[in-house]
Every structure is written in C-alpha cells, then in structure tokens.
Design a protein around this ligand. Structure first.
Ligand code: GCU
Length: 606
C-alpha cells in the first residue's frame, strides 16, 4: 500500500514537472536568441474591429488570422502584409504624430522562418508590451499578458513552422479603473511593443530560472535555487564561479528544483567597486552564463547597511523617458546616458519610477555601481477592493522580482507610490509586502508614502504601512505644491518608526533657460533656491538615509499643458529632456559631492 502511494506521488510529481508551463525565462541575454526587433506591420484599430464582430463579441476571424483573399471575389478588409510599419522596440506615440495622443489597440505582425533543431524548444519573449497584449502565432492564440512594464514569454515549440510564420500581437493601452496603474498617472501612456522581442531556443530540458545571491546579512554564504523545466527534471547541476575558484554541484528533485547553498570568499559588489562575477549554471542538458554581483543589504535601526557598513543613498528619481528623442527609453545607450547623468550628479542610487524599467537600466546599474529602487505601478488611487486588481499587482511584482532578482544593484523593492490611507489599501499593500518577502527574503521593502502636519511646523510620517516596511519612503513638495521654498526652514520632521527614511520625492518645475528672480515660478532661479532650502531641511532629519529628488530629467505628462512652459512635459527635471543642466543640478551635485568625499568614514551624517 505504502509503495503504491509513493509511486503515485512520484508520478504526479513527474507529470507536474513535465506538464508545468515554464515561468519567466531568466536571463535571456545568456541564451541562444533571435531578435525580432525591427519594423513590424501594424493596424491601428480604435474600434477593435480586428477582435470583435459587429455584435461586440470576440470574432474567430480576427486580424490574428492574417487572412488573404483566395480569389478576386473574396472579401478581406485588412492586409497586415501591406500595412504601415512601426519600429519595435518603441512606443507608437512618438513614431507618428497621428498616434501621439492615441490610446487604444494597435495590431502588430512579424513574419519569420525558423528551422527548429531536434530536441529543442522555442519561446517568444517580450521585454514588455503596454498594456494588454494578446499574442497569436499562425492564427492560434498563445497567450495574454497584462501589465506594461514587465517581461513575459510563451512556448511556441508545437506551433512554429519551418517557413511563413506570422506572429500577431494585439496591444491595447487603454487605461482602466481596475488596472495597475489605474486611470490617472503623471506620465505619458506610451503604448506598444516598447521593449525587445526575441525568440529563445532551449534544449528539451533547460535551466528555466535561478536565484543566486548572498543570504540576508551574510557576506560569504550564497543561497538560492535553480529550476529546470522539461522531461528530465532530475539532473546534476554545477554552479561555477571560476574567478573565485568555485564549482559546486547539486541535484534537482522531481519538480526540477535544486536548492543552492555554499560559502565562497567573494569580492563584494558596491558603488565604489561594482564587482560582477562570471557565473555558469550547468545542467546535464543545458548551460546558462550570467554576470552576478554579490553584496548584502540590510537595515539596523535607522541605518541602511551595505556589506555591513552604514551607507547614505545619494539618489535621484528617473522616468523611463528617452533622453533627447523622448518616448520610452529602451536601449543600452539610453540607460548609459541616464545613469551617466546620475553619476555626474554624484549619485550612488536611483529610484526607477514608477514601474520596472527595461533590463538595460538594471544591468547597466550593476556594471556602473549604482544601487536601484525598483517599483511596481501601484500608483495613487488603485481599486483596492478588487481581487483581480490585487492579482494583477501581485503578478507584476512576481515578474519584476523574477527578472531582476540576480542583480546586485537592485537593493529595494517598492510596493507603491502616494496611495491614500484606508483599511482596504493597507490590506492590499500588506499582501504585496508579504508576497515580495516570499519571492525574495534578501532585499529591502519600501514604498513612497505621504506625510501630514502635526502642527504648522511639524511633519509626521506615521502611515500604518510603515510598520511592514524595512525602509520608509516619503514624498514631499514643500516649496512647490506646499508653500514657498523658505517654508522648509521652519519645518521639523518626525517619524513613528525607528526605521531609515528615504525622501523619495521633492523638487519643483523650471523650464531650462527660463530665468528670473527666486520667487518667479518656472525659472531656474526658483528651482535652485527651492533646492537650497530643501537640502538645509533634509540635513536636519536625523533618520534620513537617502534622497531621490524628483527628477533627473524632464518627462512627458498629459497632465502638464501649460503653453510655452510645460507643453505636456513635467519640468521638474534637474536636466532638460535635451540634456541641458539646470542651476539646481549643480546645487544637488555640490551636496552629493561633499558626501561622496566624506563617505569613507562610518559615522558620517548627511
Ligand atoms: C507626485 C508623483 C509623481 C509626479 C510628481 C509631480 O508626487 O509621485 O509621479 O510626477 O509628484 O507632481 O511632479
């Protein structure tokens, strides 16, 4: 009897391992991939007539069929092969004036041939698609993805042909009340296949995912897991770090997973020395290589400790707006420009707002030695009581952590930005915090919260969410939305929690080249003066351990129509969208420069 039960369990385990759809494929850079970037044929379909029939029911003969007239009398009212094209990766809004304000559906089509080798599998991988993507191959639906800023992949092994494949994606960036983000944001709702699209070829059983980082609080114990997917889940795997003389073997179980645990004398990653190791994960049927840094990040009281030492996070916020050309940033060059400016500012930290940015940003931050705050777009007033909204937010969180969990640069996961207090909101966000800790017990959890006045001159941070966070984030606009710049001189800050604070937003607008006296809004002098008062106030906050002014570079927002000043740009950048540094840039650089030179000594204060 016992034997039978055992056998049964084994069978179910094996069958689940075999049948299990692979999750997000980790590290697509380190695999055999074919890029599908380039020009894609497109159809702009505001009425979604390529998806619904005239009764507004989903049609079986939608544009995903890529149908062709079979005779001169045949009636086909679209032609994906001869339609206008758009560049992928790229948002559609900045590629065509007609689409600048467009929110709706655009159909994308890419044709390709593919000779699949025996015993291999094939996946299509999207870096991101904003917002709702329905994906079809050769007329068959292969999947749907919701969320505009995280990667996803689908297996197409059984559907792909030698020649004449057509991959069709319906991308819909319409805003919805129940979505994440919801209807109102202060950034442009750039739509489209905004990041790289590629075909990933793998062996029949492959290294689907892995998590290899230092254990929380340790500086030499490497823990994590490796997960295989395929019909041979039980294998020997070897993790090698040749430069550190490390080669450790583990065995995966029936579910394809092996727990990893070993000690290693590693040089630790830090902004001063962003050491990345070549790491290879070798299974019997597959091998993946990656570049991984090892560092510990933790808090102790109001301190943030990097590799056991107190650190001040000299940061700046960044939106994923492309420098110079505008639109969604999506390349290594964009990342190098934006992070290069942050370095020039004296930053060792960036807050990537308000959604996970493209993988180039975090990989460049890894290489350049810039710590990262990464956030999911739970922004302003989400539908807290809607279970589907919660599931959506949880999924975006899983995908954000899934993609970047092996990046040493990423030190903080942020759950939300400026969300209004309520019990429903608190339980929603607590659910996310718990989920984040399950996914990744090693990193710090935070959120950008708001403060309130205890009296005319006392700011209080006592958002109940603070209880569940490792690091408090707080946004304040003293001197811009709240009084004039000198108001900061009179303010004192308190917190209910013995935890480190990052002032996650502060600042004001200025149009580059617009000059006047310090009290004239929109001038560089006003912004410069505001920053001087801010810095003086921030220096007085004893539990402050980081700052990320809003924002590195001007960015587009539909909420900013002021003619000749904003013209749909939020002008709070320290740098204009054309790369011109405003006066306030130098005020911040001076402060950070002073800190940088004294950062060595452990008891320094901002
Ligand atoms: C908010 C918000 C940002 C916004 C900024 C502003 O606090 O978090 O997304 O752009 O303030 O008003 O400029």
């Amino acid at each position: 009897m016992k034997l039978l039960v055992l056998l049964l369990t084994l069978v179910t385990l094996v069958s689940t391992a075999r049948a299990q759809q692979p999750g997000l494929i980790a590290n697509t850079d380190g695999r055999k991939a074919i890029s599908l970037n380039g020009q894609w044929q497109t159809i702009v379909d505001p009425y979604e007539s390529g998806y619904y029939n005239y009764r507004y029911q989903p049609s079986e003969n939608g544009y995903f069929k890529n149908a062709k007239p079979k005779s001169k009398s045949d009636l086909i009212e679209y032609d994906l092969d001869n339609s206008a094209t758009l560049k992928v990766p790229g948002d559609w809004n900045t590629q065509s004036e007609q689409l600048f304000f467009y929110e709706g559906t655009v159909w994308y089509k890419k044709s390709f041939d593919y000779q699949r080798k025996p015993n291999t599998r094939l996946f299509v991988y999207f870096g991101a698609a904003n917002y709702l993507a329905d994906v079809y191959l050769n007329g068959e639906k292969i999947g749907r993805h919701e969320g505009g800023f995280t990667p996803f992949n689908f297996e197409i092994t059984k559907l792909v042909r030698e020649a004449g494949n057509f991959l069709v994606v319906k991308v819909d960036n319409k805003r919805r009340r129940d979505a994440v983000p919801t209807l109102m944001t202060d950034w442009w709702n750039y739509g489209g296949l905004t990041r790289d699209v590629k075909l990933i070829e793998t062996p029949a059983t492959f290294v689907n995912d892995y998590f290899i980082q230092l254990q929380k609080g340790s500086r030499d114990r490497v823990v994590g897991w490796v997960k295989l997917n395929g019909e041979k889940p039980q294998q020997q795997i070897t993790i090698s770090i040749p430069e550190a003389g490390i080669s450790k073997s583990f065995t995966t179980g029936a579910n394809g997973t092996a727990l990893v645990d070993f000690t290693a004398p590693l040089r630790l990653w830090s902004p001063e020395s962003p050491k990345l190791y070549d790491v290879s994960i070798e299974a019997e049927t597959d091998q993946v290589r990656d570049q991984i840094g090892f560092r510990s990040i933790e808090t102790r009281g109001t301190e943030i400790l990097l590799n056991g030492k107190p650190v001040f996070l000299r940061g700046v916020c960044i939106h994923e707006e492309a420098p110079f050309r505008g639109g969604r940033a999506n390349s290594r060059a964009d990342a190098q420009t934006l992070l290069g400016w942050a370095k020039e500012l004296g930053a060792n930290f960036v807050r990537l707002a308000h959604y996970p940015h493209n993988e180039w940003m975090v990989r460049e931050a890894d290489r350049m030695g810039i710590m990262v705050w990464s956030e999911i777009p739970v922004y302003w007033t989400i539908e807290w009581e809607n279970p589907a909204t919660l599931e959506n937010a949880r999924n975006q969180l899983s995908e954000m952590v899934g993609r970047d969990k092996n990046r040493a640069a990423v030190v903080i996961w942020s759950m939300a930005n400026e969300t209004p207090l309520s019990d429903a909101r608190l339980s929603f966000l607590r659910n996310l915090v718990t989920h984040a800790r399950e996914l990744d017990p090693g990193r710090l959890i935070s959120a950008a919260m708001e403060r309130h006045y205890l009296d005319a001159t006392t700011q209080m941070i006592d958002d109940p969410l603070g209880e569940y966070l490792d690091v408090l984030g707080c946004n304040e606009y003293v001197g811009w939305y709240d009084g004039l710049p000198d108001k900061a001189n009179r303010l004192e800050w308190r917190s209910k929690y013995q935890k480190p604070l990052i002032m996650s937003e502060f600042g004001g607008d200025a149009l580059y080249g617009n000059h006047g006296d310090v009290l004239t809004r929109w001038t560089e002098e006003y912004q410069e003066n505001l920053y001087r008062h801010q810095i003086a106030m921030l220096k007085r906050i004893s539990f402050l351990r980081g700052t990320t002014p809003w924002i590195l570079m001007d960015f587009r927002s539909p909420r900013r129509p002021l003619p000749k000043i904003q013209d749909y740009w939020n002008r709070k950048g320290l740098i204009s969208n054309k790369g011109e540094k405003k006066k306030a840039f130098y005020v911040m650089r001076e402060w950070y420069g002073g800190m940088e030179s004294s950062a060595g000594n452990s008891d320094y204060k901002p």
